[in-house]
Write a protein that binds this ligand. Structure first.
Ligand SMILES: [Zn+2]
Length: 174
């Protein structure tokens, strides 16, 4: 399969800012109060490639400038690192699918749960340093399989993870 480059479109709410984070490195924060349900960012397009494209050097991008997201079985998209990239993981996220999951106070960190979009088997953050009272202790590429997370984030997973959940349920129900 040949790689393709889709035009990159990004939009970020002007109340968001990037600064150093107690969770990890830099983080994205709310400069002003944000209400639950408000749309906070939008990221589309990028360089699309397979593992083979990467291994054979067909696709060569500077990893320090791009953020990789899995969008299908052996299909990835790389978007330039921007505000979205600095959103840290939390087991009790303030943002789900780019939308405020609850009311967010000024100064609070915008966080997302990797379980929404991360299904790469080798993916692992251990220990998790999110500090949430419901912290899972570690974050893995299999977290989307946890029944309580499927319940909590129902309808809010990335299209690829939604597909994996549908396939897993179809198998389970024979
Ligand atoms: Zn955690």
């Amino acid at each position: 399969m040949a790689y393709q480059t889709e035009s990159v479109t990004m939009w970020f709410d002007r109340r968001l800012l990037v600064r150093s984070s107690p969770i990890h490195g830099y983080g994205t924060f709310a400069a002003e109060p944000i209400r639950a349900g408000e749309w906070l960012m939008s990221v589309h397009g990028g360089v699309v490639y397979t593992t083979e494209d990467w291994k054979t050097g067909k696709v060569q991008i500077a990893p320090e400038q791009y953020n990789e997201t899995q969008i299908g079985d052996d299909l990835f998209v790389a978007t330039p690192k921007s505000v979205y990239y600095y959103v840290n993981h939390s087991c009790d996220p303030t943002m789900v699918s780019h939308v405020a999951f609850r009311d967010i106070e000024a100064g609070e960190e915008i966080t997302s749960d990797h379980a929404h979009a991360q299904a790469f088997p080798a993916f692992r953050i251990e220990p998790c340093t999110c500090g949430a009272s419901n912290c899972r202790g570690k974050v893995t590429g299999d977290d989307w399989k946890l029944p309580e997370l499927q319940e909590r984030y129902r309808g809010h997973f990335s299209p690829y993870v939604e597909q994996l959940i549908r396939e897993a349920n179809a198998k389970k129900n024979g």
